[in-house]
Ligand binder design. Structure first.
Ligand code: FMN
Length: 218
């Protein structure tokens, strides 16, 4: 199929070795981060905090959290240009939603006199809060929408990436507690440029299940 969207999605792959000499130009990084900010989420809750690890010191802190697990992922953190931590809110509440409502008022999407009514959407917060008061499964799902958006945006920008669930969530959440500002993190994304020889995945063909196994058209 010939289409720029399909070409982008065929171009992208999960990088398995980064060229540690290359950094993402600031202009591209700015576009990427703005695209991430524009990600859609349930009731526009935006129950996330993205922490961008740009410095060697910040990346070293991240590497340290792995301990003995995922040596390959650890190396990506060091060799990649940047690492994004995807933090999700563990106990999202009506108070958190107030920031969304007030921003809606600020941009004249909601009239100030309709502020109370705007909180009606919080029925979805209640619906997605479990018996222990946790909203993690709902807010974590929203961060995966951001991940999908990120992967597609990066493909368009011709920036390589490695989504990463292979990390020690408790250790990352603890190490970056201040920056995550009450959010928990079990998902990260390394971005940069693949190593021309060392990235075995760049040379492999794209593999996905065939159309008939994935879709049912009725
Ligand atoms: C949510 C998620 C978590 C992933 N975690 C890791 C990981 O920890 N380490 C890694 O090398 N690849 C990881 N991957 C990459 C997948 O294995 C990869 O996307 C999949 O095999 C498809 O290959 P492609 O991305 O090259 O098209 C992850 C992908 C996703 C979407």
């Amino acid at each position: 199929m010939n289409h720029p969207i399909i070409e982008d999605l065929l171009w992208r792959h999960t990088t398995k070795k980064y060229d540690n000499t290359r950094k993402i130009p600031q202009a591209d990084l700015d576009v990427f981060l703005e695209a991430l900010r524009l990600t859609a989420s349930s009731i526009n809750s935006q129950p996330w905090k993205f922490v961008v690890l740009a410095s060697d010191a910040a990346k070293a802190r991240m590497k340290h959290t792995f301990g003995d697990i995922s040596p390959l992922n650890q190396q990506h953190v060091i060799d990649g240009s940047h690492v994004i931590l995807f933090g999700n809110h563990p106990r999202y509440s009506r108070d958190d939603y107030a920031a969304v409502v007030d921003q809606d008022i600020k941009v004249a999407r909601t009239r100030p006199e309709n502020r109370d009514a705007a909180f009606g959407a919080c029925v979805y917060v209640e619906k997605n809060t479990d018996s222990h008061g946790s909203t993690s499964s709902w807010t974590k799902a929203q961060t995966y929408i951001a991940l999908g958006n990120a992967l597609h945006t990066l493909a368009r920008l011709k920036i390589d990436s490695t989504p990463m669930e292979g990390l020690d969530a408790a250790a990352v959440t603890k190490e970056f507690a201040k920056e995550l500002d009450g959010h928990e993190c079990s998902l990260a994304l390394v971005i940069g440029y693949h190593h021309p020889e060392g990235d075995f995945n760049a040379k492999l063909s794209k593999s996905r299940k065939p159309f008939e196994q994935v879709f049912t058209v009725i």
